[in-house]
Design a protein around this ligand. Structure first.
Ligand SMILES: *Cc1c(COP(=O)(O)O)cnc(C)c1O
Length: 411
């Protein structure tokens, strides 16, 4: 054999009994089969064997199992982004003629997906008021196939009565899918929403999670997951996942595997700092509203407390009031101009202008709520609006940053 061939077919095999804390990064498009029979017989439908990199490697299988465990689910799939996880659930579970219901405060790009792709494929949608069970109930019709839930809702952080919504959907035989990015499998258990219930588990059917946020924790990975406890749904989702060609790179999977063990600590830190900021903001005259599920008076506060207090799946007795993530939204008093709100955002030094959240760096996004929302209470649309993602910086430094930006903006 010529050296060039030997470089590809070299005979050295490293000893296989290497054990270390972190799983290896197994990268592959091609997977090698020992013989033709194995090539014909191996299936990619479960985790019994390897067939092609797209359908899984030891690295991605391991991450899937850990994400399933985190969410209290039985099956998990990985996708190249949180948005891909959302679109995949819609594509796997809906068909022409079906209708899907979305909360009015659903993740923005999900709204756009329903209004464009789903519409083109003959799948209709309606938005419902997430804070009004009667509104959701009234919108359920003969073609309603799937109800999406989000807790807390995107940008405005209202916390819905998840338990009642899931029970309503179950009574009507409609599937529920939760965007669980905010709760992250830590604030509450999506597949066991009422641990005290003695008539069996109250559970969403499917949970999606933007692993981009807290599981990655670095602001440098894009990934999503879909989890379920139902074997039939898992198979339906897996088939669709395979046909659509969704898969993730092993290097990205490794980064999430490396960050997962510290996720609870980070989440608690984000949570504690965010509460301090919320408390401080409540005392400032610039703001008309401080939106955060743990703030008394924030929409859905009582529902947040009921669901998240004493319902923390992975860490009993850590925070009896319940966890509430690292997001905080602020509505300025309507007397302040749009220009002043922009000056405020530009004047911040530690909070950077940028989308996403869950990483170490604090971020801010100004929103024009009137273009996002249909059913928001009128007062919510008055005045400038910003969403803060509180990072892992010292909370006093962050408060000082907001204080100096308010002064610069004359607010
Ligand atoms: C960020 C986010 C997503 C999408 O995640 P990407 O990985 O950025 O596509 C979906 N839902 C919610 C609630 C999010 O915050």
């Amino acid at each position: 054999m010529k050296p060039v061939t030997e470089l590809i077919h070299h005979g050295y095999q490293a000893p296989t009994d290497f054990v270390s804390p972190q799983i290896a990064v197994h990268k592959a498009s091609t997977v090698i089969f020992p013989n033709v029979q194995a090539m014909r017989e191996r299936t990619w439908l479960d985790k019994t064997a390897y067939t092609y990199g797209l359908h899984g490697t030891p690295t991605t299988f391991t991450l899937e199992e850990r994400i399933a465990h985190l969410e209290g689910a039985k099956h998990a799939l990985l996708l190249p982004s949180g948005l891909a996880a959302i679109t995949q659930v819609n594509m796997a579970l809906l068909e022409q003629g079906d209708e899907v219901l979305l909360p009015d405060n659903v993740y923005g790009p999900h709204k756009t997906f329903a209004e464009s792709e789903l519409q083109r494929w003959g799948i209709s949608h309606q938005f419902y008021n997430p804070m009004d069970l009667a509104d959701l109930s009234a919108r359920i019709g003969p073609h309603t196939r799937l109800i999406w839930l989000e807790a807390a809702g995107s940008v405005t952080l209202e916390f819905p009565d998840l338990l009642a919504m899931v029970q309503l959907a179950k009574a009507k035989g409609i599937l529920t899918a939760l965007d669980n990015t905010w709760g992250a499998g830590l604030a509450f258990a999506p597949f066991n929403l009422d641990p005290q219930a003695n008539l069996g588990k109250v559970s969403v059917d499917v949970s999606v999670h933007a692993l981009t946020k807290y599981p990655s924790g670095g602001g440098d990975v894009l990934m999503g997951s879909v989890t379920t406890c139902d074997d039939g749904l898992a198979k339906q989702l897996k088939l669709s996942h395979m046909r659509l060609g969704f898969g993730v790179g092993a290097n990205d999977a490794e980064l999430v595997l490396r960050s997962l063990p510290s996720m609870l600590l980070r989440y608690q830190q984000h949570d504690a700092a965010t509460r301090r900021l919320a408390k401080w903001c409540l005392q400032q005259t610039a703001f008309a509203q401080v939106l955060h599920p743990a703030v008394v008076g924030s929409p859905g506060h009582a529902d947040w407390r009921r669901l998240c207090a004493n319902n923390q799946p992975t860490h009993e007795d850590v925070h009896t009031e319940g966890l509430a993530a690292g997001l905080l939204s602020l509505r300025f008093k309507p007397q302040f101009t749009q220009a002043q709100c922009e000056t405020f955002c530009n004047a911040l030094q530690l909070f950077k202008l940028g989308y996403s959240w869950g990483g170490p760096m604090s971020l801010i996004v100004p929103y024009q709520l009137s273009s996002l929302r249909r059913m928001a209470p009128n007062e919510l649309l008055q005045g400038g609006f910003v969403r803060l993602s509180v990072g892992l910086e010292d909370a006093d430094d962050l408060i000082n940053d907001i204080a100096q930006a308010l002064r610069q903006a004359g607010m």
